[in-house]
Write a protein of this length. Structure first.
Length: 263
């Protein structure tokens, strides 16, 4: 992370929707966790009373931007003074769309790590964030996302829970044997991915990756799920990301990984 990125802050993009209070709360919690300045932006010629009241209640500065919503947000979120963006995910549809069209257009077009906050976010948002779930599936793109994601939270006082979901073909023969062997496999897994600081906990699951991650997020009372992805939601791609965006009840931080980084 460059010196400029270290000084960059958290940008919360809000619209005129009742879920703005939750989106703002998540953004404020993330800013406290990362020790970054927090601002909110709203694309409109004038802010409604609901937008102004939500920003005032969250105690964040509100900036108004004029122009087409999606292009304007892409420009604002992609600015060098934005380390992380926070946006409401909107409602998924019954079709292939796992989130609202504005949120999807934003995450597919910008390289800025972006937190999508589901409208159905459960429980109160911790301030600062306490537990972060970091799924690893062995894919090159998620491996490449581990280092910057861990560095992003390196100085924060939180717990990182590394989750690895094993398919039937991946389950080692000794998983039904001793507790010692399970943790030995976990230590080898962390060493292979060079995840050493801060020291995370390891949770192993067997099953379907997306659904298993949702179960772990619930059982661990996670405040945030961090996922590396290639910004490709075309059919047959990013199935885990699709599942999390459509069904997670906790915010999801998407860390874009370029093809070069994945290689």
């Amino acid at each position: 992370m460059t010196a400029a990125a270290r000084r960059a802050g958290v940008l919360i993009a809000i619209d005129d929707h009742p879920s703005n209070a939750t989106t703002l709360a998540v953004g404020v919690a993330l800013g406290r966790t990362l020790d970054r300045a927090v601002t909110a932006t709203h694309v409109a010629d004038a802010a409604t009373a609901r937008v102004r009241d939500a920003a005032a209640h969250a105690e964040v500065d509100l900036e108004l931007r004029s122009g087409p919503v999606v292009p304007t947000l892409i420009e604002v979120v992609g600015a060098p003074d934005v380390a992380v963006a926070v946006v409401g995910s909107g409602e998924p549809t019954r079709s292939e769309r796992p989130a609202g069209h504005v949120a999807l257009a934003l995450i597919e077009a910008t390289s800025t790590p972006t937190v999508l906050v589901p409208p159905a976010t459960t429980a109160g948002v911790a301030a600062p964030i306490g537990t972060v779930l970091l799924p690893l599936d062995g894919a090159a793109e998620t491996e490449a996302a581990v280092a910057p994601a861990v560095r992003l939270f390196a100085d924060a006082d939180l717990e990182i829970v590394v989750v690895h979901v094993l398919t039937e073909q991946q389950v080692p023969a000794f998983l039904d044997q001793t507790h010692h062997e399970l943790h030995a496999w976990g230590r080898e897994f962390l060493a292979r991915h060079r995840v050493t600081e801060p020291t995370p906990r390891i949770v192993l699951r067997a099953g379907t990756p997306g659904r298993s991650l949702l179960e772990v997020a619930s059982s661990e009372s996670a405040d945030l799920i961090v996922v590396g992805w290639s910004q490709d939601l075309s059919p047959g791609r990013a199935e885990v990301t699709r599942t999390l965006l459509a069904d997670a009840h906790v915010p999801v931080l998407l860390v874009p990984v370029s093809p070069a980084e994945a290689r």
